[in-house]
Design a protein around this ligand. Structure first.
Ligand SMILES: NC(=O)c1ccc[n+]([C@@H]2O[C@H](COP(=O)([O-])OP(=O)(O)OC[C@H]3O[C@@H](n4cnc5c(N)ncnc54)[C@H](O)[C@@H]3O)[C@@H](O)[C@H]2O)c1
Length: 271
């Protein structure tokens, strides 16, 4: 029987693949038979990921690439096409909050440093838009492709302390819908642009605000769990199935969607 969820033989470009979320998605797509182009700005993250994927029997190549540099993105796209002839999938994982852009509990928005606002909105918004343009142009020529952006719970209702991150991720939501529309209207019905919106997963970027040094839950993480009907944090591997589904033939009529993977957090009013 044909597997409608198959991604075998597809070429997947993953930005920020040296990180936690990108790494998990890279390993999962690789295990499912996709070829992985690992993109990261940090050499050590890149090298580690490429060797892990190869050691597990996958086909992987690595590129140092800054998602905020259009020239770097375009030349990387050309190199990938020269090597593997096509680009089927783009997963935009480079991004995340930055320490200076998180307000301390005693601060207000008026204490926010404009440089940190600019850094976090630039990385999270343009760091997704620019790769969509560089790799999306190739998909437009091919008339086929799948783009997956990473949204956030910070786009459904106000999440305290992270104003810049929230605004940038909300920008990603509308850009996902906008580009999905543009691609379908102008380049046909085989290009899909969707996003996943992860709920709360303990990662390097948010560990300090969710877990106390003694391992106990912070007040913030108690609030998160109280508003998560499933009553737990997610395991990072629980995003992989949603990504593979959206990249597969099973999602052939889905575009412009933002799929929450959040244990019900976005569905629940808290009451
Ligand atoms: N971890 C979570 O709980 C969680 C939850 C919701 C959303 N997210 C989102 O998932 C995405 C990835 O998060 P993560 O936890 O894996 O982060 P991470 O810090 O582990 O990984 C990010 C990777 O991106 C790379 N990177 C940073 N700037 C770059 C640039 N300019 N060009 C290319 N690469 C760059 C970093 O070197 C790193 O390897 C982010 O968009 C984040 O906001 C994460």
């Amino acid at each position: 029987m044909e597997n409608m969820f198959s991604v075998a033989g597809k070429v997947a470009v993953i930005t920020g693949a040296g990180g936690v979320l990108g790494g998990s998605i890279a390993k999962s797509l690789s295990k499912a038979g996709a070829k992985i182009a690992v993109l990261d700005i940090r050499q050590e993250n890149l090298d580690q990921r490429v060797s892990e994927l190869k050691a597990a029997g996958g086909d992987a190549i690595g590129f140092i690439c800054n998602v905020l540099d259009m020239n770097s993105l375009k030349s990387t796209a050309e190199k990938i096409v020269a090597e593997w002839k096509k680009i089927d999938i783009l997963v935009n994982c480079a991004g995340g909050n930055i320490p200076g852009a998180t307000l301390a509990p005693e601060q207000t928005v008026f204490d926010m440093k404009i440089e940190d606002w600019e850094k976090v909105t630039n990385l999270n918004q343009n760091g997704t838009v620019y790769p969509c343009l560089a790799f999306g142009e190739i998909m437009a020529k091919q008339k086929t492709g799948n783009i997956i952006n990473i949204s956030s719970m910070a786009t459904y209702s106000a999440l305290t302390r992270v104003p810049g991150y929230s605004v940038a991720k909300t920008g990603i939501n509308i850009f996902t819908k906008w580009l999905a529309t543009e691609m379908a209207l102008k380049f046909g019905d085989h290009i899909h642009v969707n996003a996943i919106a992860p709920g709360f997963f303990i990662g390097d970027q948010n560990r300090a605000v969710l877990i106390n040094p003694d391992g106990s839950l912070t007040d913030r993480s108690k609030k998160v769990l109280a508003k998560t009907p499933m009553g737990r944090f997610g395991d990072i591997s629980e995003l992989n199935g949603a990504v593979q589904f959206l990249c597969s033939d099973a999602a052939s009529f889905i575009t412009g969607a933002i799929l929450p993977v959040d244990g019900g957090f976005s569905a629940y009013s808290g009451v």
